[in-house]
Every structure is written in structure tokens, then in C-alpha cells.
Design a protein around this ligand. Structure first.
Ligand code: SF4
Length: 339
């Protein structure tokens, strides 16, 4: 598999009035050409900050990226963190595109849909406006908007929520990006439309051979579309694996808690279901040990003192939790928890 993106040692801190918030704390991952990687976690876990860092969309005045050891975001081998704002503008929307939960954050309410798509084509390509509009029509057909020729002339407010999401996808994909970052793309939609939009993203991904990063709080959304999943908690990746590994053999108590809130998943009934109480930690003063400890029913003494070392279970699956580490004292813990 050829890597299209490699994020190395990414840390992101924000300077706020209350102090420096360590939103992302040393994150490493890669994305292969054409695959779908899901980044899953509650709001504030650092998943959106990570995707904005890739897009170069963080407010630079208040933000510090990299920390003492330096970070890299390699896109086809080139470090995006070293690019100028002009270079990032050329990449954004043409080679890497992003869609959001609320289409109105990227659609212009005062502009006809067709013109918006054409505009995003014209920014990155030297073609005539007529040709760009022709491409815009193709894009609307590609995202399966009925009566595309008429729809081209309408404004966003004339579209339903699901149609707006499709239009936003058309804008994002107009330049055939190599990577699409979809941040909670279906959260605001009802369940039927959610499934349609996810299917559409999956189809377009194959058609355009593009890689997708799917950012969501909802593990249920990713089951049918993701190749790999990484779970983030308090600015770190706590577990990662293939979809099957995460759904059927997850090891981190936090992943299991997220899974138990997914309604349609058949869990092995010998296992207990985990409930998620409490809130994530304050990232202005992140804990030294496992950040999940205050919410974890399996916490051991070591958990609060030392950040868990990573345990590797397969080529693709690894987990940062003392439960599975030989250095921790597992006496008194349920046997089916420890792997
Ligand atoms: Fe729970 Fe300890 Fe694992 Fe953290 S390291 S998730 S506190 S068992």
C-alpha cells in the first residue's frame, strides 16, 4: 500500500485566557491511497483539530504546532507544515478537500449552487467559465442531485439538508482531490439521509480513487465504510485497528464504551457492556497517567501515574492501556478484559 499522508508526532496547543490547552498530544498515523480511515472520539478529543491541522486551517496566532520535538504532516512526501499560506491555498480544495457537519459553513448563501462549484474549479484550473459550469453540472449529477440542470441555478436555501450536503460534496470534489476529510458529515441529518450520504461518499471514493479521513463521534456511522479506525481520547490515539478488530476485538475500555453506545452492534454477550459516565479531562492540565482513568472501571494504581505503553496485537491493531500490558498488576480484574 502506498502512503498518501503521514502525520508524525503532531501536537497542537491553543493559547487561551485560561492557559495553554493541549488539544492534540503527540499523534502519529498514516493514510494509504484510496482507503478510508475513521478518527473517532467525543467532542474535544482532538479529532477535528487534527484534521484542521492537515488542512492548514488552524488560527495561527493562538496556535502552536509541533511542540519541542517537531511535527510533520507529509502529503505525498512533502511536509504541509512547511508550506506557505499561498502554497496551502493551492492545495486546499484541489488536492485535499474538507466537508463539514454544517454545509452552510462552506456554501455561500448568496451564490447559486452552480456558480459555487464552478468557482472552486476556476480557482485551481485555467478553463473558461462556460466549461467550469459544464463541469459543475457533471458534479451535481455525480452526487446524484435530481434535475441537476435546474438545481444548478438555485441557491442553497432552496435545497433540503441532505441535498445541501450533496452540493457541498460536489464543491469539495470538483477538483478531484486525492484526500477528502469529512468531519461529522452526517451528524445533522436524519438516519435515512445519513446512510445515503455515507453510501454516496463511498461510491465517489471508488470512482475517484480518493482517500478519505472520516471524523466522527459515532462509531455506528463508520462500520460500513471505514477500512481502519483510530480512537482518540484527550488528544491522543488510544486504540487503532481494522474495522473488524475494533468492532469485534476492541481492547481499550474507552473504545468498548463507545461501542456499547452504538445501537445495532452485536456484542459478545459474555462481555459486560460499558457505560460512559463523566467527562473528558481538562486539557490545560492534562494528566500524566492515562487520561481515561477517572472514568475507567478497571483503573489500576499504575494508570494514574504513568501513561500506558502501547501494546501491539497485530499488524494493524494496537492499544495504549495498562490492562493489556505485562508490566501492570492485573490481579482482581475480570479475565475476559485482559488480552
Ligand atoms: Fe483504564 Fe488503566 Fe487502561 Fe486507562 S490504562 S483505560 S485507566 S485500565
Amino acid at each position: 500500500d502506498e502512503k498518501i499522508l503521514e502525520v508524525r508526532n503532531l501536537s497542537v496547543s491553543f493559547h487561551t485566557y485560561a492557559g495553554t490547552s493541549h488539544a492534540v498530544r503527540g499523534v502519529d498515523f498514516y493514510l494509504n491511497k484510496g482507503e478510508t480511515l475513521a478518527i473517532v472520539g467525543e467532542s474535544g478529543c482532538g479529532k477535528t483539530v487534527t484534521s484542521k491541522a492537515i488542512m492548514g486551517l488552524l488560527p495561527m496566532e493562538q496556535t502552536e504546532i509541533g511542540g519541542s520535538e517537531g511535527a510533520e504532516i507529509l502529503f505525498n512526501g512533502e511536509d504541509l507544515l512547511k508550506k506557505s499560506e499561498n502554497e496551502m491555498t493551492a492545495i486546499r480544495g484541489s488536492k485535499i478537500s474538507m466537508i463539514f457537519q454544517d454545509p452552510m459553513t462552506s456554501l455561500n448563501p448568496t451564490m447559486r449552487i452552480g456558480e459555487q462549484i464552478a468557482e472552486s474549479i476556476l480557482i485551481h484550473n485555467e478553463i473558461s467559465k462556460a466549461d467550469a459550469l459544464k463541469k459543475a453540472l457533471e458534479m451535481l449529477e455525480m452526487v446524484k442531485i435530481p434535475n441537476a440542470a435546474q438545481r444548478l441555478k438555485q441557491y442553497p436555501f432552496e435545497f433540503s439538508g441532505g441535498m445541501r450536503q450533496r452540493a457541498m460534496i460536489a464543491v469539495a470534489l470538483a477538483c478531484r482531490p486525492e484526500i477528502l476529510i469529512a468531519d461529522e458529515p452526517t451528524t445533522a441529518l436524519d438516519v435515512t439521509i445519513q446512510a445515503q450520504i455515507m453510501d454516496l461518499i463511498g461510491e465517489l471514493q471508488k470512482e475517484l480513487n480518493m482517500a478519505v479521513i472520516l471524523v466522527t463521534h459515532d462509531l455506528g456511522v463508520v462500520a460500513s465504510v471505514a477500512d481502519r479506525i483510530q480512537v482518540m481520547y484527550a488528544g491522543k490515539i488510544v486504540e487503532r485497528g481494522s474495522v473488524d478488530e475494533i468492532f469485534y476485538q476492541s481492547t481499550h475500555p474507552y473504545t468498548r464504551a463507545l461501542l456499547s453506545s452504538v445501537p445495532k452492534i452485536h456484542t459478545n454477550n459474555k462481555e459486560t457492556l460499558y457505560s460512559l459516565k463523566g467527562t473528558p479531562p481538562d486539557l490545560i492540565h492534562p494528566p500524566t497517567g492515562c487520561a481515561f482513568a477517572p472514568r475507567c472501571e478497571y483503573g489500576m494504581r499504575i494508570c494514574r501515574n504513568k501513561y500506558p505503553e502501547t501494546v501491539k496485537f497485530s499488524e494493524t491493531q494496537e492499544c495504549s492501556c495498562w490492562l493489556h500490558h505485562p508490566k501492570a498488576d492485573h490481579s482482581g480484574l475480570p479475565e475476559n478484559m485482559v488480552r
